[in-house]
Design a protein around this ligand. Structure first.
Ligand code: SF4
Length: 278
């Protein structure tokens, strides 16, 4: 069975960097806590937990003087203050692109601007961003939110975007905001990693007989890749090689493979080797 892998698949720069930093830290000091799952990938989380990582949801669950990893999504300002009070050693793996958003939000909030975030209010990255303006950002996820959220046109506004949102949606929202508000600044903080992976998956799906998308069931970027590929060919969404339906796969000759931004290389390689061996 022949396999072709998407040009861009799996860990993005920010996740790769964060996972490496966390692993290095575990190698030198096994007693570390992570605030929230380090990545949206069960298998990778288990591998890190076997090495000594403990996942907790709130900083209160971490004893004083311990080590804490902040994941690539980043956190709000209060978490750093709490860590400082508890004398926790922080291993900050926040993606530099997300850090840049924190800086924009803090700077403009301090100058008296109203902060608008285009993104999903439940996503950890957006929760973290909102934490740099005292949790008072107006968060817009859909065009409909523009009607339900109240804006004060006498104030200055600044806009940032969740790094993984869709560019078309961002453009539609900012064009409406521009008409609605007189004094507004826009910062397109969308990261190209997601878009590049999606384009790469689309291109590959046009060359192969079917696609296999490897990634966590709860990873939204993996789900988006699945939807994109399904527009062109039959697509199988799997977390590991164990989820593959071999009989179904045997109906095809050339199999395309891509993976979500939170899928480690070793899981992708495992799937590739397995399919090639069929
Ligand atoms: S998708 Fe972009 S912003 Fe998010 S972690 Fe990866 S590189 Fe950083």
């Amino acid at each position: 069975m022949n396999v072709k892998i998407a040009k861009e698949a799996g860990f993005c720069f920010g996740v790769k960097r964060a996972m490496k930093m966390a692993w290095n830290e575990l190698e030198t000091n096994g007693d570390i806590y992570a605030l929230g799952p380090i990545i949206h990938n069960k298998q990778a989380v288990s591998k890190y937990e076997e090495k000594g990582l403990k996942t907790v949801e709130i900083i209160d669950s971490i004893p004083n003087f311990k080590n804490m990893i902040i994941r690539s999504h980043g956190v709000g300002e209060k978490v750093y203050k709490d860590a400082n009070e508890k004398q926790i050693n922080v291993v900050d793996t926040t993606c530099p692109y997300v850090k840049k958003i924190h800086r924009i939000v803090k700077t403009y909030h301090d100058k008296g601007y109203e902060i608008i975030v285009i993104g999903d209010s439940k996503h950890p990255e957006v929760i973290g961003i909102n934490g740099w303006c005292g949790d008072c950002a107006k968060i817009i996820k859909t065009l409909d939110d523009l009607d339900s959220i109240k804006f004060d046109n006498s104030k200055k506004h600044v806009v940032v975007a969740q790094t993984t949102i869709n560019l078309e949606l961002y453009n539609e929202i900012i064009s409406k905001l521009d008409k609605k508000l007189d004094n507004i600044r826009f910062n397109n903080t969308i990261c190209s990693a997601t878009k590049v992976r999606q384009l790469s998956a689309k291109e590959l799906s046009q060359e192969v007989d079917c696609m296999v998308v490897v990634g966590g069931k709860h990873s939204s970027n993996t789900q988006k890749l699945v939807n994109i590929c399904r527009e062109t060919v039959e697509t199988f969404a799997i977390e590991t090689k164990q989820d593959l339906n071999i009989d179904k796969l045997k109906e095809y000759q050339l199999i395309g493979i891509t993976a979500g931004a939170s899928t480690p290389d070793w899981i992708i390689e495992d799937v590739v080797e397995f399919i090639e061996s069929i």
